[in-house]
Design a protein around this ligand. Structure first.
Ligand code: ADP
Length: 176
């Protein structure tokens, strides 16, 4: 059974146990999907991010932390920090993989059954979109195999380019 759903949507509108945020190391909010999540979720999310900051000083690139989802249609927000793309020689691929893996560690720990991901690092952080999609699908497929408790992973694309290229890669994978 295919547990991956590809959506073209605003991630703040998609009900799921957990919504993943493409945050930054400060955890204090920012532009893009981060701004949308804090706007729609309300101040409870930022309040928990502040507590985490006070405890551990933010979140490293490739790591993830979990908070309430405030007013969002979810129980949790998982904040992960993807890498900035420089030139491909700064561990960008490993760091993006780690960002997805860190989210799945929290998914397992918190018994989460459904989780929505944005296209981490492909906006302001300028990670090449095709490479980011291949990395994301590789980790997601592996984690679905390793954790049978996960019922659904939503890949929530906001821009048409990401949606089209995910569709293409997923069609190719199904054909093979
Ligand atoms: P990053 O800094 O990790 O690149 P961005 O938020 O700039 O984070 O972009 C990550 C992805 O999130 C981009 O593909 C962007 O189109 C997408 N995005 C922006 N707003 C939303 C939203 N409301 N829902 C889902 N995805 C979004």
């Amino acid at each position: 059974m295919n547990k991956i759903a590809l959506l073209k949507e605003d991630i703040t509108k998609v009900p799921a146990d957990a919504i993943v945020n493409a945050a930054n190391t400060s955890l204090l909010g920012g532009g893009g999907v981060d701004g949308a999540i804090h706007r729609a979720g309300g101040p409870a999310i930022l309040a928990e991010c502040q507590k985490i900051r006070n405890r551990q000083g933010g979140c490293k690139v490739g790591d993830a932390v979990i908070t309430t989802a405030g007013n969002l249609p979810a129980k949790y927000v998982i904040h992960t920090v993807g890498p900035h793309w420089h030139d491909g020689r700064h561990d960008e691929e490993t760091l993006l993989k780690n960002a997805y893996l860190s989210c799945f560690k929290l998914v397992e720990k918190y018994g989460i059954h459904t989780v929505s991901f944005p296209n981490i690092s492909t906006g302001i952080y300028r990670f090449p979109k095709v490479l980011a999609a291949e990395i994301a699908l590789g980790v997601i497929n592996q984690c679905l195999r390793d954790n049978p408790n996960i019922e659904q992973v939503n890949l929530v694309c906001f821009d048409q380019e990401n949606y089209d290229l995910y569709l293409k890669i997923m069609d190719e994978q199904r054909a093979n």
